[in-house]
Design a binder for this molecule. Structure first.
Ligand code: G3H
Length: 255
């Protein structure tokens, strides 16, 4: 707390919470774009936030990404999470294996002593394959579990960075640019106003499910993501934001 006061981080937390109407904002010092230490701190704070909100036998849906991987690193055996189920929020978004939601969910379960279910969905599904996949009873069972989760923990990315990383095709990338996509979260792309401009064709959590999910925790930092985070906040479904100082300052510039 003393360090936070010295950096004025508590003020930043309160201003963001008020400006965007979020229950809790946690800001760690530094910029995770340039500091590995800050990125780790973001992971530590994200893990602490999850521990704070988890209750007995919860279903926790998680996304992929390097920030979520840091959260997984910071989890440990915990009596409160032993009965929890970790599930991927959505399947098949084109990430490399170590950053996929399935991987993160299984690591989190192993670290905490919890359980997990995976969504085995291939990347870049065509409409026809998607339609037959969602009718598969085993997939349907996991999807039902995912949609009935009480907590979601997700990363937020810059739209174009994410499109490149996930090898989104040239035509979709052009249309994302044309639509002014700034941010990506949960496989959805958002413009500056927080409107959805594109949705990745895969199964799992839908944006409309967030309305009845009790605790939505977004974890993302780095100056370069500030504007993206602001647009996801403007979409208006987050309950808790865990970020860093550099992103927080940008977020306040885009209120
Ligand atoms: O949806 C956004 C990404 O999961 C963020 O990934 O934490 O590696 O930047 P990152």
């Amino acid at each position: 707390p003393i360090i936070k006061m010295a950096f004025g981080l508590t003020d930043l937390e309160e201003s963001i919470a008020k400006a965007y109407g979020i229950s809790q904002v946690i800001v760690v010092p530094g910029d995770s774009d340039t500091s590995v230490f800050t990125k780790k701190e973001l992971g530590r704070a994200g893990a602490a936030a999850l521990r704070k909100y988890v209750s007995k036998d919860d279903i926790i849906a998680v996304t992929g990404g390097s920030t979520m991987a840091q959260i997984a690193n910071n989890l440990a055996i915990s009596s409160s999470m032993k009965g929890s189920w970790f599930v991927p929020a959505r399947g098949g978004l084109g990430e490399s294996v170590d950053m996929q939601a399935n991987t993160i969910a299984s690591i989190m379960a192993k670290k905490t002593g919890g359980k997990y279910r995976l969504l085995h969905v291939p990347d870049h599904l065509g409409e026809e394959a998607y339609q037959s996949l969602i009718q598969d009873p085993q997939i349907q069972e996991v999807v039902d579990a995912v949609r009935s989760c009480r907590i979601v923990v997700h990363g937020i990315g810059d739209a174009m960075v994410m499109a490149r990383r996930r090898k989104v095709d040239a035509e979709t990338t052009r249309s994302l640019e044309a639509e002014g996509a700034l941010a990506e979260a949960l496989g959805y792309y958002f413009d500056r106003q927080g409107n959805v401009v594109h949705k990745m064709p895969t199964v799992g959590l839908r944006l409309e499910d967030l309305q009845r999910i009790e605790v939505v925790i977004g974890v993302a930092g780095g100056k370069s993501k500030g504007e993206a985070i602001a647009s996801v906040l403007r979409h208006g479904q987050e309950d808790v934001l865990v970020t860093d100082e550099a992103a927080a300052l940008e977020i306040m510039k885009h209120v």
